[in-house]
Design a protein around this ligand. Structure first.
Ligand code: SF4
Length: 383
C-alpha cells in the first residue's frame, strides 16, 4: 500500500528535478499548487506529464505549449541562447493576435497550460496582456503564465497585469547587486526588487490569489551565498528557484557526455511554438534546427500527430535521437550528470549537479538520465 502511495506521489510531483531546484520549502510549494486552483485537473495533468513519456503514450493533445509572444529581447545575458540566434541570422519577431486566438480557440479546453514565453522577452509584445486576458478570462484556460526579466514593467503595467488573470509570473533575477546588474544589464537591482514588491503588494491588497510569483537565478550567480539570495526573495516571492546552469555553460556542447539511451520526455508532453507559428523540435531547439509543423497552415492536433513528431518519438524509443536529430546532440537534457556538491539553505540540503562531460573528472555518475530507459530497443524507423 505504501508503495502505491509512493508511486502516485512520484507520478504527480516531479521526482527528478534535473536542472531546476527550489529553495522554497515544500509547504510553500504546496501552497503555490493550491493557489492555482482546479487541483484535480492539475494533478491529472502532472500524472500525464510524467507517465505518458514513461510508457510511450501519446496523449490526444500535448499537456503544455510554449507559445512565444516575442523572440526578441532588450538584454544580452551571457548564458542566453539569443547569441546563437543572432549568429544564425534568425528573424526575432512578435506573435500576432490572430494566430494566438486561433490557437487558443483550438486548445483552450484540451491543453492544460501555456507559457507565453520561450526564447525572448514576452513583454516586448504590446499585445501580451490582451493575449493572457483572451486565454484566461474569455476562454478559461487552466494555466497561463510567462517568464520575464520584468525590466519593462512599471506600476501602470503591473496594475494592468493584475487584471489579466495570469496564473504565475516567473521573474529571471540572476544574483545579487553587481552580479545581477552585470548579467541583466541594463536592469537595476533595487528597481527590479521594488517592482516585484509592488506586484505582490497590489495583488495582496486586491485580495487576489494569483499571480503566483516565482523568482529564479542561474546557480553560478548565487553560488557564493545562496542563503543571501534566499533571504532577499523569500519574503517577497512565492517561490525561489535556481537553475543548475553548469548543465548549460560549464562545457562546450561537443564535450557533453551524452547518453544514447536517454528517452527524452519532451515529445510526449509538450510543444514549442515560435513567434511566427512554426513548431520546433522542442523547447531546447533555440536555433530552430528542426521544424515539425506550422500553425499558420495546420492545427495543433494535426502537427502533434504528424509523421515528423512520430519519427522523433520513435527515435526516443529506439535510442537513435543522436543519429537523427541535431539539436539533441547539443542538449544537456540527455547528458550524464555527476553527483555534485550540496548547498545548505535554511538548514535544508540542496543538490548541485554538474554535467559529467569528458573534461570533467566524474566522481560518481548518478544514472539519472536512465530514468526513462526501458524495454528492448526496436529497430530504428526514424528518418
Ligand atoms: S534537444 Fe532532444 S534531448 Fe534535448 S529536450 Fe529536445 S528532444 Fe529532448
Amino acid at each position: 500500500m505504501t508503495n502505491i502511495f509512493k508511486y502516485i506521489g512520484k507520478s504527480v510531483i516531479n521526482p527528478e528535478k534535473r536542472g531546476y531546484v527550489s529553495l522554497t520549502n515544500r509547504w510553500r510549494t504546496f501552497k503555490w499548487f493550491l493557489n492555482e486552483g482546479h487541483v484535480l485537473a492539475h494533478a491529472w495533468d502532472r500524472f500525464k506529464w510524467y507517465n505518458c513519456p514513461r510508457f510511450f503514450v501519446v496523449p490526444n493533445y500535448p499537456c503544455h505549449l510554449e507559445l512565444e509572444a516575442s523572440a526578441a529581447c532588450q538584454m544580452k545575458c551571457p548564458m542566453c541562447a539569443q547569441g546563437k540566434m543572432f549568429e544564425k541570422g534568425l528573424v526575432l519577431g512578435n506573435l500576432n493576435m490572430d494566430l494566438f486566438k486561433r490557437t487558443i480557440d483550438e486548445i483552450h479546453d484540451k491543453v492544460y497550460s501555456i507559457k507565453l514565453s520561450w526564447r525572448g522577452e514576452p513583454s516586448l509584445n504590446p499585445h501580451l496582456h490582451d493575449m493572457i486576458r483572451y486565454a484566461k478570462l474569455e476562454k478559461k484556460m487552466k494555466s497561463v503564465a510567462f517568464l520575464t526579466n520584468f525590466e519593462l514593467y512599471d506600476e501602470a503595467m503591473i496594475d494592468d497585469l493584475l487584471t489579466t488573470g495570469v496564473d504565475y509570473v516567473s521573474i529571471s533575477f540572476d544574483g545579487m547587486k553587481e552580479v545581477y546588474e552585470k548579467i541583466r544589464h541594463p536592469a537595476k537591482f533595487e528597481e527590479t526588487i521594488e517592482k516585484v514588491k509592488y506586484l505582490k503588494k497590489k495583488r495582496d491588497e486586491l485580495g487576489l490569489k494569483t499571480p503566483n510569483i516565482r523568482v529564479q537565478s542561474i546557480f553560478s550567480a548565487i553560488q557564493d551565498n545562496p542563503q543571501e539570495y534566499f533571504d532577499l526573495w523569500e519574503p517577497i516571492a512565492d517561490k525561489v528557484n535556481y537553475i543548475s546552469d553548469q548543465w548549460r555553460a560549464s562545457l562546450d556542447p561537443k564535450d557533453y557526455d551524452l547518453d544514447p539511451d536517454y528517452v527524452c520526455p519532451t515529445p510526449f508532453n509538450r510543444m514549442a511554438v515560435g513567434w511566427d507559428g512554426k513548431v520546433f523540435l522542442c523547447k531546447s531547439d533555440y536555433s530552430e534546427g528542426v521544424v515539425l509543423g506550422d500553425l499558420n497552415k495546420e492545427t495543433v492536433h494535426k502537427i502533434w500527430h504528424n509523421k515528423k513528431f512520430g519519427a522523433l518519438r520513435d527515435a526516443m524509443k529506439n535510442g537513435t535521437r543522436l543519429k537523427f536529430f541535431s539539436p539533441c546532440m547539443f542538449c544537456t537534457d540527455g547528458a550524464r550528470a555527476e553527483s555534485g556538491d550540496y548547498i545548505s539553505v535554511d538548514g535544508r540540503k540542496l543538490p548541485v549537479r554538474i554535467n559529467a562531460g569528458r573534461k570533467v573528472k566524474a566522481k560518481e555518475l548518478d544514472g539519472s538520465t536512465n530514468r526513462w530507459k526501458r524495454g528492448k530497443r526496436k529497430k530504428s524507423t526514424a528518418a
